[in-house]
Write a protein that binds this ligand. Structure first.
Ligand SMILES: Cc1cc2nc3c(=O)[nH]c(=O)nc-3n(C[C@H](O)[C@H](O)[C@H](O)COP(=O)(O)O)c2cc1C
Length: 138
């Protein structure tokens, strides 16, 4: 059964609110783990995602400053939360409300975990406007 559906009036894909998208990366953002919903909504097989940089789903509408904030917060505070527009393999897109966390392992390595929930339409609309303004300044 598919957990995703497409908006018929645009290239946007959505997922049901009881589900979440999960991934884990190494300290440089290389994908180590992807759950089924991540593969499905991004339009890639797990084999295509594992070992690739997480910017494989970067959408050109996202301002650079958002990811600078993500990396600064993850490295300095160990925590980041924000709204992200991601690009699918077929050039469609999907919005997420993401929380990312730093995990320090006993062997001294660091990985990062991100859980994404379905964002509210109001917040997506607000971010669409804000990110367009930020992009215009870059
Ligand atoms: C745990 C984690 C999850 C991430 N999730 C995403 C994501 O869903 N979409 C995205 O574009 N970048 C994500 N990033 C950030 C990317 O690593 C990358 O910094 C970003 O796509 C910008 O690409 P660039 O660094 O090549 O400019 C994530 C990073 C981490 C550490």
């Amino acid at each position: 059964m598919s957990d995703i559906y497409k908006d018929l009036t645009s290239d946007e894909w959505l997922f049901h609110e009881k589900h979440y998208i999960l991934s884990e990366t190494d300290d440089r953002g290389i994908i180590l783990y992807a759950n089924d919903l991540f593969c499905e909504i991004a339009g890639y097989t797990r084999e295509e995602l594992i070992g690739k940089p997480h910017n494989i789903v970067r959408h050109p509408d996202m301002p650079r400053v958002a990811f600078k904030g993500l990396w600064d917060d993850l490295r300095n505070k160990g925590f980041w939360t924000g709204y992200v527009k991601n690009r699918r393999k077929d050039n469609g897109y999907y919005w997420v409300y993401a929380t990312a966390l730093r995990k320090n392992h006993p062997d001294g390595t660091t990985t990062y975990l991100s859980v994404r929930l379905k964002p509210s339409r109001n917040n997506v609309d607000a971010c669409e406007k804000l990110y367009a303004e930020l992009r215009a300044q870059e």
